[in-house]
Design a protein around this ligand. Structure first.
Ligand code: C2O
Ligand code: CU
Ligand code: CU
Length: 484
């Protein structure tokens, strides 16, 4: 019922270490990015019921044709035939009912990333065999931008195109005056430039260590750069979702203004003008972007997740061309939503992320000893990602109480960054006024979280937390918290 432990076996043939032993193979080089007009939105799922306060949709996972590269259709796995899958849009307090059908050749599941659903609806407890169906039903408790994706053979299934956005609208949203409310699901995929097919043959040590990275950057399933004609001064609300297996989207806006108004769980307490924004796998942000008098560009910059191993070059994701004239920028409210701080914490615990290779802890010294090059052979090497010293399913189970607040000191003893994600509940980075479910834990650092195990119905039982680099999770970086 849970993800399989997939220990990574490295052999000498896929090493590619530099002579000083400290270099991983380089990240894939990005293919040249064509400019495509407009920023098509994922289809919005059709509501099948007229029942008030219910959104009822059909969702089918199946092989489909899709163009990662324009003009080069290829087989992917998709929800309702599209990548991203349909956007599920509803109002807070609505009930979402999803009739899910699995037409994939393998078992899958649907996880509602960030939603506080009953445990039985989290996806973990309900794998769906090929040809089978399952109806999910739960109430939408939180405003914000969320997403759904499989939690079975996760790295492979998500990479092939199974993901979609969920927008839970406020019934009384702050007045932002924006003209568009758009979903921008960010992803990358590794394809063969000539065929446009996913490149599943490329396998090197970098992938085992860093997670898979693509050579094509995607906005809503299509290769960037998207170009949109706009009025200068007119804000658009963009709901950004990082659906990539491992890529950190280090975003920067050139020209114009970008104001962050929401995070993982909807509105911030106050608007926050930013020029850069780091979105780690699984994380969301809601931003108001306003073009200036000249081209305004949202670009992704290379980001180093581990020493000596940055992602390949940057690219422009979206360009706003102020070719439609000028509009007055409406004023923003000073506050968007109050934040109720978590109550007093009843206990403090350490959650330690690490990785080992054949029992050795420190990759830097392993590499500088030339360790990797000397190993392998027929025995290969075992890369293991650990939490509190063990890999899933052997990570010691945490025990928490419904209705309590805990302090988690999440320490990253490894030499690369890991994004922590917790199912079913929310946390605030200590001292910050923002609820989150996914947060970056930089290498060598500790991030203190106030975790709120909110007392709600059907929330007792075993919940998962894990690294959202999907290859790391599949490689054992998953722990369970038993909430009673
Ligand atoms: Cu986005 Cu456990 O998942
Ligand atoms: Cu999740
Ligand atoms: Cu990780």
């Amino acid at each position: 019922m849970f993800k399989r432990l997939l220990p990574v076996i490295l052999t000498t043939s896929c090493m590619g270490m530099g002579t000083n032993g400290t270099q991983l193979p380089a990240a894939p080089t990005l293919l040249p990015t064509p400019i495509v007009m407009g920023c098509p939105q994922p289809t919005q799922a059709v509501n099948l019921t007229t029942q008030p306060k219910v959104v009822e949709v059909d969702l089918t996972a199946a092989p489909a044709q899709h163009e990662w590269l324009a003009g080069k259709p290829t087989e992917v796995w998709a929800y309702n035939g599209e990548v991203p899958g349909p956007t599920l849009r509803a109002k807070v307090g609505d009930t979402l009912r999803v009739h899910f059908h699995n037409q994939l050749p393998e078992t899958t599941s649907v996880h509602w990333h960030g939603l506080r659903v009953p445990l039985a609806m989290d996806g973990m407890a309900s794998e769906v065999a090929p040809g089978q169906s399952f109806t999910f039903e739960f109430k939408l408790l939180d405003v914000g931008t969320f997403w759904y994706h499989p939690h079975t053979n996760t790295a492979v299934q998500v990479d092939r195109g199974l993901y979609g956005a969920i927008v839970v609208e406020d019934d009384q949203p702050p007045v932002l005056g924006q003209v568009a409310d758009e979903v921008l699901v960010l992803d990358d995929v590794l394809v063969q430039a000539n065929s446009g097919m996913m490149d599943t043959t490329a396998h090197d040590m970098r992938m085992d260590v860093m997670g898979s990275e693509g050579n094509v950057l995607l906005v809503n399933g299509a290769q960037a750069t998207r170009e949109i004609a706009v009025k200068a001064g007119e804000p658009r609300l963009w709901r950004l979702v990082n659906a990539a297996n491992s890529r950190y989207f280090s975003l920067q806006l050139d020209g114009g203004t970008m104001i962050r108004v929401g995070g993982d769980r909807g509105w911030l307490t106050a608007p926050e003008t930013v020029q850069t924004l780091l979105l780690v796998p699984g994380e969301r942000a809601e931003v108001l972007v306003t073009a200036g008098a000249t081209t305004t560009t949202l670009r992704v910059l290379p980001f180093e997740r581990m020493m000596g191993a940055g992602s390949s070059g940057g690219a422009d994701l979206v360009r706003l061309q102020p070719s439609l004239g000028t509009a007055a920028t409406p004023p923003l409210p000073d506050t968007l939503r109050p934040f109720t701080p978590p109550g007093a914490s009843i206990l403090t615990r350490d959650v330690v992320f690490d990785e080992t290779m054949n029992g050795m802890h420190d990759m830097t010294s392993m590499m500088s000893q030339g360790g990797m090059g000397n190993m392998g052979g027929t025995n290969g090497m075992m890369m293991q990602f650990t939490i509190n010293g063990a890999s899933y399913p052997n990570v010691p189970v945490l025990h928490a109480h419904l209705g309590s607040v805990e302090t988690w000191n999440v320490r990253n003893d490894s030499v690369m960054a890991h994004p922590l994600h917790l199912h079913g509940f929310a946390f605030a980075v200590h001292g910050q006024s923002e609820w989150k479910d996914t947060v970056n834990i930089p290498a060598g650092q500790t991030v203190q979280l106030d975790v709120l195990f909110d007392d709600r119905q059907a929330a007792r039982g075993m919940w998962m937390y894990h690294c959202h680099i999907l290859e790391h999770a599949d490689g054992g970086m998953i722990g369970m918290v038993d909430v009673e």
